[in-house]
Design a protein around this ligand. Sequence first.
Ligand SMILES: Cc1ncc(COP(=O)(O)O)c(C=O)c1O
Length: 397
Amino acid sequence: MKKNSKNNELRGIYDNVMLPNYSPANFIPKEARGSRIWDQDDKEYIDFGGGIAVNSLGHSHPDLIKALSEQSKKFWHLSNYLSNEPAINLAKKLTDLTFAENVFLSNSGTEANEAAIKIARKFHSSKNNQRNEIVSFQNSFHGRSLLNISLGSSEMHRSGFEPLMPGIKHGEFNNVSNLGSLITKKTAAVIVEPVQGEAGVYTASKEFLKKLREECTKQGALLIIDEVQSGIGRMGSLYGYMQYDIKPDIVTSAKGLGGGIPIGATLTSKVIGECMQPGSHGSTFGGNPMSCAVANEVVSIVSEKDFLNDVLEKEQLFLDLLSEFKTKGIFSEVRSAGLWIGCDLIDKTANEVLDQAYDAGLIMVSAGSSCLRLAPALNITNEEIEQGINLLKEVLL
Ligand SMILES: Cc1ncc(COP(=O)(O)O)c(C=O)c1O
């Protein structure tokens, strides 16, 4: 162990004072720019994790710093008794660019989903519809609140936290044959990810999402697309649903929307949104002007066609470079959806590889016990991609 290491000193304090619900890397970052991070002992890392699909424009992006510092000199917080220009501009931008006409702003993906389910139930109750069941899917992930672990299906996430939320059914992801029996006149809403990221980057088939839309429309249930991880350019389109030729009823967004600053958004139509009258839902920090000022910049940059095309080109570069790991018997499968890649390890655990990669100077994240997940900044350079893959070769080949 290195003597006089600031990493070790801080890590010692971490272990003492933090709730032990995470097991982070042993080093503590000190500074980061673009897709590079430096730790307290000045070691450099290439960042393929992107803060789990959050740092959409990398670290310390000059336009985001400018937006944040300009707003920080005006005001930081007002509460929802007063509105603010950055929040209004962000909502306008999101409605101009998507199917949506109404936006609810919050602070995280969990809250965006919570609002989505509440809106769906309120919509039906406001019409005196006797329906409140929610349909979700196996292997889905929607967040860590009691509602969201009930929507998800991970035993590890649920264990010890029961009782779960009642009224939630789970169908099989990508199975079109049983949607007819799953979605009924009792269903208030169906929630689905276009790509199951936490499960290991499994993409919904076009047939599945289209059939889901059809069944929801037929039964009068609302279709909620959870784009917390898939949205904001991750898949090479502003939102993933845009690749499916479907119109959702509600979309949830967070993670990459703030480029690293906490924000969540629930997008819907006016017809649905009007059920939410003053007092029906709220959030102290939702629509915070600092977060919204940054998110405005993120959305402006990421929604550019050329930017989105670059995401797809970089995906291809990753896939070309990763193919060697497959031919050499390291990965059994590589799945991707834009700059979002799942690599199934054949005979190593993901945690073991993450630790070895840290030593080599590469940061990745995992999905389950044997899948390496790459969700880098969408503006990662080709040079950074090549450098990171060379580090991965040092670890695995
Ligand atoms: C699809 C999806 N939904 C919801 C969430 C929860 O978001 P948050 O952690 O911001 O609450 C996540 C987080 O990973 C996610 O991937």
